[in-house]
Design a protein. Structure first.
Length: 199
């Protein structure tokens, strides 16, 4: 019930989106009633896309303006919903600039979620897929997969931290970094709040 109330608040906050949402609900109902299932489905898809975009805007507000020493490049924020990446919500924010740069991505219904959760929750499988450049850590209570790569040209170490939470995947990437820096960056993100509205 809290989730439905929060989603309603999100939609009201974005009045233009709410008008599109209401229009799509009305179109879906009338199309369904008249037996025009194709248009009913299309209107429902648009309604879900509008909802994803409204949620994505709220998530962007929650992301920190800076991770480590890297300032957010808010003009480069990328947000899609419904018809976008993997058919769900996709939020992307970059930080800093090459060679010292970072990224945060939030993807709802990511195809990677199931395989990541299997690796993180099945000790035998995690042991068989052992990689010296990967390790499991906990971030804010969530099991996560930390991957280290070394750029062969620059010899700089880059990190990627994947945090699966229910049906939402949060990925933090940092170039020319270390484990403490990427972990601190991930801890600055309000994961519980993001997963509460993204699922």
């Amino acid at each position: 019930m809290k989730k439905i109330f929060f989603l309603f608040i999100v939609l009201v906050a974005f009045n233009a989106s709410a008008q599109d949402f209401d229009k799509n609900v009305a179109t879906a109902k009338s199309s369904y009633s008249s037996g025009d299932l194709e248009n009913a489905r299309f209107a429902m898809e648009q309604m879900l896309r509008d909802l994803d975009l409204a949620i994505g805007k709220e998530i962007l507000k929650m992301l920190p303006g800076q991770i480590s020493t890297l300032k957010a490049n808010e003009k480069e924020d990328n947000l899609t919903g419904g018809a976008g990446y993997a058919g769900g919500l996709y939020v992307h924010r970059s930080y800093g600039a090459t060679p010292k740069a970072g990224q945060v991505e939030v993807i709802n219904n990511s195809p990677l979620i199931n395989s990541l959760q299997t690796i993180l929750t099945t000790p035998v499988l995690g042991g068989m897929m052992r990689d010296e450049n990967q390790k499991q850590i906990k971030v804010q209570g969530y099991k996560s997969l930390l991957t280290k790569t070394v750029n062969s040209e620059t010899a700089k170490t880059n990190y990627e931290l994947q945090i699966p939470m229910n049906n939402t995947l949060v990925t933090v990437r940092m170039d020319d970094s270390n484990e403490q820096e990427i972990t601190a960056a991930a801890n600055a993100i309000p994961l519980a709040k993001i997963v509460a509205i993204a699922q």
